[in-house]
Write a protein that binds this ligand. Structure first.
Ligand SMILES: C[S@@+](CC[C@H](N)C(=O)[O-])C[C@H]1O[C@@H](n2cnc3c(N)ncnc32)[C@H](O)[C@@H]1O
Length: 278
């Protein structure tokens, strides 16, 4: 199996963490239907986990969804970024679940601490970021309690904001450019999960479409601006002058800007894997 350039994780730097946290929060608000759907899916495998660990918790969207679905569970959010863990603590306090949520600063490249043992583990948009995902999945298997479940979630593709033909298809070329840089690259994890020792693996698709309600229009354009800016920064001068001009227009403040285009429609899709430990 080939892997997985390190790419969009700027979370070690302060500015990077703030920017990534904002993107994750907007994603959860607009495309977060999968959070409740996948938590419900997990409950079909393990009805009442006493302990849950959210690996690579980011801004805590998964932590909060898991705490909501499993009201008697203690939830640990693990991340290597202290800034992200502060976001999780804030989100936990805002949802009144701070008494059940703990945070653990740990870098999975250095190994998964034994204190992260749990009945249910959740790793969303995370496994593909690791240098040795197979080794990490093995550690997750070994650290889970017997009979435990690991839910892995990945984005099938980057979020899409524009109709396919808009601006001569600039968005698909941006995504192609980022794929070359290794953004979001991941295989079907089924084989690696079985190789890590899990006894069975189920896979499920979670498609989602952003709401077209006017109440979310400004959030959608905020997310579009944040994501397109990150994509422009990453692809830089590798884009054609015409595509760079299209991005200028989208990220400018005139009539063609993301705030003023009438045709923004957010789409995304995720795949989940549920892996069971004997
Ligand atoms: C793309 S975010 C996903 C956040 C969240 N799970 C979600 O789905 O919205 C990946 C997170 O993993 C964390 N991370 C990346 N590599 C890590 C590692 N080796 N150990 C611990 N956390 C890591 C980053 O700091 C970041 O918060």
């Amino acid at each position: 199996m080939t892997h997985h350039a390190h790419h969009q994780d700027h979370s070690h730097s302060h500015a990077g963490h703030v920017e990534l946290a904002e993107t994750l929060r907007l994603d959860a608000l607009l495309l977060g239907a999968y959070l409740d759907e996948a938590s419900e899916w997990a409950a079909g495998f393990i009805a009442a986990p006493a302990t849950v660990v959210d690996l690579g918790a980011g801004s805590g969207a998964g932590t909060v969804a898991l705490a909501r679905r499993f009201p008697h569970a203690d939830i640990m959010a693990l991340d290597r970024s202290p800034g992200m863990l502060a976001e999780v603590a804030l989100a936990a306090a805002q949802h009144g679940i701070q008494n059940r949520v703990t945070t653990l600063e740990a870098d999975l490249e250095q190994g998964l601490p034994a204190s992260a043992s749990a009945d249910l583990m959740w790793a969303s948009s995370f496994v593909h970021e690791l240098k040795d995902p197979e080794g990490a999945l093995r550690q997750m298997h070994d650290t889970l309690r017997p009979g435990g479940v690991l839910i892995v979630i990945e984005m099938d593709s980057l979020p899409t904001f524009l109709p396919a033909s808009a601006l001569s298809g600039v968005e698909s070329r941006l995504h192609e450019g980022l794929a070359h840089l290794g953004w979001n690259a991941h295989p079907d994890w089924s084989e690696a999960l079985l190789g890590a020792g899990f006894v069975s693996v189920e896979r499920r698709l979670f498609p989602s479409v952003g709401s077209l309600e006017s109440s979310t229009a400004s959030l959608t354009s905020r997310y579009a601006r944040a994501f397109l800016s990150r994509m422009r920064e990453a692809t830089g001068s590798s884009l054609s002058p015409a595509d760079q001009a299209s991005l200028e227009k989208l990220l400018g403040h005139g009539p063609g800007s993301v705030e003023q285009r009438p045709d923004l429609q957010l789409r995304g899709s995720r795949t989940g894997w549920a892996a069971l430990k004997a």
